[in-house]
Ligand binder design. Structure first.
Ligand code: PLP
Ligand code: ZN
Length: 371
């Protein structure tokens, strides 16, 4: 059976619908034993539900799908290096957040919950809203005023109640948390079921690379839901004896909002307050990542690092990818800028994987201003 576990104070809690953090204030993880029946997996359709036995949903009837996952892993040449890109903007809502939302909202349905609240810079809100629409569950999405209008329209198109909050991304989170005292908090940063969806990113790479494991994976990092998902996924594969190591995880942040970079460089276990300025990479504009301690641990354990890139590099990467046929949003271009930095010092033999997390159509006015 599944239960919640606090990695900070080691307390356990039964799965219960109102709890979203430990009594000590920390985030919670999930105790769960995944299985990888490879013959069954290979026979199933190309969605993330092919890893059914590794996803903590009890009953098949609870599983929600919009056809998500098993995104292409394409080999491209960048700065004279061959790299693999996981094309995660090819999700039903246009970002990888569907990995987490599909699993979390399936669990919400399984628990019989009728209404949820979430806060986000836009894409997590769109994903939660879409799967709630599919399940007929009511949802309320809090976003900062500055969120791209494409994402606002998208959230409303799914029938969610949109609440735009003045001020910072942090102010938006506080407003949602107040609401979460009464309504189930389907938070991508707090709720561990979300990470048990994003972990399918690792399973797909494992399957698509056919036994060859990447040496390093370059990922965007704000709240770390993709990075932690990749970490959990490879860790589960390792514990199940399917792989013998976890690739180095490298996080990319914008230089103007880089709490994880600061903590990594200084050797701190937890992030500390930073002075944050505006970045066009709205998806990673997170000054205080909920799971900061956990992200730093995952990066250090795997021998990874945190890179920062400038606003100018984001614009350059966005244009360059567009001219190769990949129309991505600025947050996604930040990852490619980080990848390009990494490639400058890469050793020739390394196998490098990165990802395109969000579709350009979500942020057309911000992209227009860059051109
Ligand atoms: C959410 C998001 C990210 C960053 O994810 P975190 O969980 O905050 O680390 C990166 N790219 C896109 C397109 C996103 O929507
Ligand atoms: Zn605790």
């Amino acid at each position: 059976m599944e239960r919640f576990l606090c990695s900070k104070c080691k307390r356990f809690y039964p799965l219960q619908t109102t709890r979203w953090r430990c009594d000590c204030g920390s985030f919670l993880d999930l105790e769960f034993e995944p299985k990888f029946p490879i013959r069954k997996i290979l026979k199933r359709g190309p969605t993330l539900w092919r890893y059914r036995e590794a996803i903590p949903i009890l009953r098949d009837e609870s599983m929600l799908t919009l056809g998500e996952g098993f995104t292409p892993l394409e080999e491209v040449e960048l700065n004279g290096h061959r790299v693999f890109l996981k094309i995660d903007y090819l999700f039903p809502t246009g970002s990888y957040k569907d990995r987490g939302a599909a699993v979390l909202i399936s669990k919400v349905r399984e628990l019989g919950i009728r209404k949820v609240v979430e806060d986000s810079s836009g894409n997590a809100g769109s994903a939660i809203a879409a799967y709630c629409a599919k399940a007929g569950i009511e949802c309320e999405i809090y976003v900062p005023e500055s969120t791209s209008s494409g994402k606002l329209v998208q959230i409303q198109a799914y029938g969610a109640t949109l609440r735009r909050i003045e001020g910072s991304r942090e102010r938006t989170a506080e407003a949602a948390m107040e609401s979460a005292s009464k309504i189930y908090y389907a938070s991508h940063c707090w709720n561990p079921f979300f990470l048990h969806g994003t972990k399918t990113f690792a399973f797909e790479i494992w399957e698509q690379m056919d036994g060859r494991l990447p040496d390093v994976i370059i990922l965007p990092v704000g709240h770390g839901t993709l990075l932690l998902g990749a970490y959990i996924g490879f860790k589960e594969l390792k514990e199940a004896g399917r792989v013998n190591r976890i690739p180095r995880l490298v996080g990319v942040q914008s230089a103007v909002c880089a709490p994880l970079y600061q903590a990594f460089k200084k050797g701190w276990r937890e992030t500390r307050p930073i002075e944050k300025r505006g970045t066009v990479a709205e998806g990673i504009a997170i000054a205080k990542p909920v799971r900061g301690r956990q992200i730093l641990e995952a990066i250090r354990e795997t021998g990874g690092e945190v890179l920062v890139i400038t606003e100018n590099e984001i614009g350059v990467a966005l244009k360059e990818m567009g001219q190769r046929g990949y129309f991505i949003e600025p947050t996604s271009a930040a990852t490619i800028a980080g990848l390009k930095r990494y490639l400058k010092k890469k050793n020739k033999k390394e196998i490098v994987v990165s990802t395109l997390t969000g579709m350009g159509l979500k942020a057309t006015e911000k992209i227009g201003q860059l051109q």
